[in-house]
Design a protein around this ligand. Structure first.
Ligand code: PGA
Length: 241
């Protein structure tokens, strides 16, 4: 059975104090959230420690925003699976378009990061999606198929989440039409050999569009940036109707 996963991606937002303040409001607001919805917060590395302590015993899972393929070594600015595991991290976002665009992440490094997360028993959230130029040029499908083929080489689909995040919809307020997101996610599913990989939609998910997004048959959850920073907004997303 396909799981429902609602994950917040805080990106480079929130100090430890701000993270704790968020939790106070959020934990309370998701007390009634149906148990079959998994809730994940992917927070900055500096907030993992305090979040880990405070999420202990709650249903909320902790995620990182990246993971390196080596366990240790001369990789300034990177973080490894054992370091994340020690913090209770169970999910890792890999290949987010901001990493690909601004930090030179390639399909090859994305693949290595996915394999490293799985090797250590963590569940990677692989982000794929097209730019505005690619969409306008009719290259959406070809681009995503190429990403999937390269990124998923030797990856175990039984321990994987995929997020379809059209780049033009991220942080722009310009959400992809729910039916179009459903169509692309259906195409992604058809490329996988395991039918029940959870596939999320991401890109300007908000309290006022989550109900329509989650009503789509192919969509198993959301990866939420901006709207996951506010406890009320992210709780409303978790409590979609
Ligand atoms: P957004 O970001 O919800 O702010 O558009 C989504 C993401 O980048 O994962």
């Amino acid at each position: 059975m396909r799981r429902i996963i609602l994950a917040g991606n805080w990106k480079m937002h929130k100090t430890q104090a701000e993270a704790l303040e968020f939790l106070q409001g959020f934990c309370h607001a998701v007390q009634e959230t149906p148990e079959d919805r998994e809730l994940v917060l992917c927070v900055p590395f500096t907030a993992l420690g305090v979040m880990s302590k405070n999420l202990h015993g709650t249903r909320i899972r902790l995620g990182s925003q990246n993971i390196h393929w080596e366990e240790s070594g001369a990789f300034t600015g990177e973080i490894s699976a054992p370091m994340l595991l020690e913090m209770g991290v169970t999910y890792a976002i890999v290949g987010h378009s901001e990493r690909r665009q601004y930090f030179g992440e390639t399909d090859d490094t994305v693949n290595k990061r996915l394999l490293a997360a799985q090797k250590h028993g963590m569940t990677p959230i692989l982000c794929v999606g097209e730019s505005k130029e690619q969409r306008d040029a009719g290259q959406t499908e070809a681009h995503i198929y190429s990403q999937l083929e390269k990124d998923l080489a030797n990856v175990d689909e039984k321990n994987l989440v995929v997020a379809y995040e059209p780049i033009w919809a991220i942080g722009t307020g310009d959400t992809c039409d729910a039916k179009e997101a459903n169509r692309v996610i259906g195409l992604i599913r058809a490329q996988l050999s395991t039918p029940d990989v959870p596939i999320q939609y991401g890109g300007s998910v908000k309290p006022d569009n989550i109900d329509e997004i989650m009503a789509q048959p192919e969509i198993d959850g959301a990866l939420v940036g901006g709207a996951s920073l506010k406890p009320d907004a992210f709780a409303r997303i978790a409590n979609y109707q």
